[in-house]
Design a protein around this ligand. Structure first.
Ligand SMILES: [Zn+2]
Length: 270
């Protein structure tokens, strides 16, 4: 039964993922996100339905356009696949709610896949352009703030009035990073990252929000080490490493494992 739910949510995720690819590609260009058929970027060949199946079309066409054989970017199937996985993780996270109320489960699932769709666009955009667009990060922060009004336990009213404690999380967690940005004049940390952390605080609260931050630094450190050891890329203080993908990966891990800072620190102290 659950397997079917996960498969459906995963497939839905890959479809949304291919839409997110379009959003990423057309963001900040004059082309509309919704209007206009998908075409090959090189030969303008209009794609048929069987050339637009998420992940699979890329595999069957061996990553090439059927018309002009131009190589298609790996970004397309990767974003589709990752979106599918992220959607399935969200469904897994809210599975206990399904026992209590199907409607609440569907609502929470829809709300969170929407939020994480914005985050996936931010992650890929940061990877490609090393910048987090204000419009995207403020939209995320807004809906993260809205999430403090939602009761995710599935018991009692769906909407609640948040207390000062949960309203303060975003600001308190983001403040040190905004300060680092200010003092390092943007060299150590971008202001975009601080804005992202504002939303992380509201979405996850204190104990899980801090766990997201700690995890993202660990992932970032491991990633930098791998790059240093196995590639010829040189990392110095001047190297701009996009931080948003690490933050977002950490959010997905925290969502999946339910880990918070207390469990995380218990994990490393023997
Ligand atoms: Zn083509």
């Amino acid at each position: 039964m659950y397997t079917i739910i996960f498969i459906i949510v995963f497939l839905l995720g890959t479809i949304i993922g291919s839409f997110l690819n379009v959003v990423i590609y057309r963001f900040n260009t004059s082309r509309s996100v919704v209007v206009g058929r998908s075409i090959c970027m090189t030969c303008s060949h209009k794609l048929n339905w069987y050339e637009m199946i998420p992940v699979l079309s890329f595999i069957f066409q061996k990553g090439k356009c059927r018309s002009c054989s131009t190589t298609i970017s790996h970004q397309y199937p990767l974003v589709e696949f990752i979106t599918g996985i992220v959607f399935a993780v969200i469904a897994f996270h809210f599975l206990p709610i399904l026992y209590i109320s199907v409607n609440t489960f569907v609502f929470l699932l829809s709300f969170y896949v929407f939020i994480f769709s914005i985050l996936i666009v931010i992650a890929v955009y940061d990877l490609r352009h090393k910048i987090i667009p204000d419009r995207l990060v403020y939209t995320f922060a807004f809906f993260a703030l809205v999430s403090t009004f939602i009761n995710t336990t599935g018991i009692g009213d769906l909407f609640v009035v948040p207390n000062i404690w949960s309203l303060s999380t975003g600001i308190v967690l983001a403040l040190p990073f905004a300060l680092i940005w200010l003092l390092s004049r943007g060299r150590l940390m971008g202001l975009g990252d601080a804005k992202l952390i504002l939303g992380i605080g509201w979405l996850f609260g204190y104990s899980q929000g801090i766990a997201v931050l700690v995890l993202s630094f660990w992932i970032g450190a491991v990633f930098s080490l791998i790059v240093l050891l196995f590639t010829k890329m040189k990392i110095s203080m001047k190297t701009e490493i996009p931080f948003a993908p690490f933050l977002i990966l950490a959010m997905i891990i925290v969502l999946y494992t339910g880990i918070n800072i207390f469990k995380l620190s218990a994990l490393i102290s023997f």
